[in-house]
Design a protein around this ligand. Structure first.
Ligand SMILES: Cc1cc2nc3c(=O)[nH]c(=O)nc-3n(C[C@H](O)[C@H](O)[C@H](O)COP(=O)(O)OP(=O)(O)OC[C@H]3O[C@@H](n4cnc5c(N)ncnc54)[C@H](O)[C@@H]3O)c2cc1C
Length: 402
């Protein structure tokens, strides 16, 4: 793959960089108080969308730019270079919008995609439940159809990022308990202000309450809330999960962390840069981050040729997240408590990044998948007389509940 911009891409990059340079003062400061931050981030996403920097790969008919993955990476790179935040609704624009584009009806596309892109309506992903995370097909949230075609939803979701300010959620529910678990699922669009929806924030060590528990008590949604048809929820969910995998960690720049940034952070302690152990750790982290960058180019080249990356995309997520965690551990070792004094980047990196080991597929699951499907290693060992690990955990939970 030729890693240089074509003349058209170079011109595009110049246009994007010039706009960002001119408008960077409009970008929100990320240390604003919580109640001011979200409106400011919505306004910034709107500005980016109006100027073609959100939904770069979405088709033009839905407000996107109809451009390729390279242009999307160019926008990401220039946003990182300009040191301004990207869009607020990464989950909506990066994962749920593309799912609706792939599986939604014309009415759903016409109704939801424009407001999503412009952050007039933020979205959340209502997939995980207390007993359905890695084993997502085990969801227990039930949906029952009424005679008039509408549906009634009852159950609990958890870890729902941004639910507290979302207008809609994409929700996976069980509509048929009598068929194999992957077959009895349906995907719904849930208005988050519907009667019977209760949202409870979960505060994290980083101080933020960005994700939530969501309780559904006999919530009514209309027949046209179904995405992809009744019983087809698993296929629809797989589309979302594929975009999730691509969104976290598989971009050419990983999570946006560059080795140079950690060299800068460590250099804040004048002795650290000369310490051989610190230099060794920095070297290892830099190699990992560079490997992610070049692995990302390979995925990008597949996307550009119209190929959907397979399980190898999970490797980028595992490597980016573990390298970034190691890097912030190093920063914490070097700066000591000063690393937490900082209101922004380092405190956030130290406290938030470990959670990404679970988000978007846990490290263990992805390593198993890579081992089995990329390296061709023997399948996951079956523990306890042939019971798979996930079922064993479910049995353990049942025993604890009793
Ligand atoms: C920052 C963050 C944001 C999130 N946002 C959302 C969101 O917006 N919407 C949403 O729906 N979900 C969200 N999630 C939830 C996320 O998808 C789940 O955490 C993830 O699917 C793992 O599920 P779990 O937490 O239930 O862990 P479990 O599946 O219970 O796993 C617990 C541990 O057991 C291991 N394990 C489980 N099964 C196996 C196996 N077969 N083999 C080996 N090891 C195994 C796992 O690797 C893990 O270490 C978010 C999570 C995080 C951390």
């Amino acid at each position: 793959m030729d890693l240089n911009d074509t003349p058209e891409q170079a011109a595009y990059r110049v246009r994007v960089a010039a706009w960002l340079h001119e408008h960077r003062d409009e970008a929100p400061a990320l240390d604003l108080p919580e109640e001011e931050l979200v409106p400011a981030q919505r306004a910034w996403q709107r500005r980016l969308a109006e100027n073609g920097m959100a939904g770069v790969t979405w088709p033009e008919e839905f407000g996107g730019q109809g451009l390729g993955p390279i242009e999307s990476v160019i926008v990401g790179q220039e946003i990182a270079k300009a040191r301004v935040p990207g869009i607020l609704d990464v989950i909506g624009v990066g994962m749920l919008g593309p799912t609706i584009i792939a599986h939604g009806t014309q009415e759903q596309k016409g109704r939801y995609l424009g407001p999503m892109l412009h952050a007039d309506e933020v979205w959340c992903q209502l997939f995980s439940e207390p007993a359905a995370g890695s084993d997502l097909a085990a969801v227990q949230c039930r949906a029952r159809q009424e005679d008039d075609g509408s549906w009634r939803l009852t159950g609990q979701k958890v870890w729902t990022t941004n639910a507290q300010f979302s207008a809609h959620g994409l929700l996976l529910a069980r509509t048929d308990a009598d068929v194999p678990k992957h077959k009895g699922l349906t995907m719904f669009i849930l208005p988050m202000d519907a009667e019977g929806v209760t949202i409870r924030g979960l505060r994290q060590i980083s101080g933020e309450a960005e994700f939530n528990e969501v309780f559904l008590d006999d919530v009514r949604v209309e027949a046209d809330a179904v995405v992809g048809g009744p019983g087809n929820g698993w296929g629809t969910a797989l589309t979302t999960l594929m975009f999730e995998r691509l969104t976290i960690g598989s971009g050419a720049e990983g999570l946006g962390y560059r080795p140079e940034r950690f060299v800068e952070l460590v250099a804040r302690d004048e002795h650290a840069s000369a310490d051989p152990e610190v230099r060794r750790r920095l070297g290892e982290i830099s190699i990992e981050l560079l490997a992610v960058r070049f692995g990302g180019y390979r995925l990008l080249s597949m996307l550009q040729q119209g190929t959907i990356p397979g399980p190898e995309a999970g490797l980028a997520k595992v490597t980016t997240v573990s390298a970034a965690i190691e890097a912030f551990d190093l920063v914490a070792d070097v700066l000591g408590p000063d690393a937490l004094d900082e209101a922004g980047e380092t405190a956030y990196g130290i406290s938030f990044l470990p959670g990404l080991k679970s988000a978007g597929g846990t490290e263990e699951i992805l390593r198993n998948t890579i081992g089995e499907r990329v390296l061709g290693l023997p399948p996951e060992p079956r523990l306890d007389k042939g019971i798979p690990f996930s079922e064993l955990r479910a049995k353990e939970r049942e025993a604890v509940a009793k």
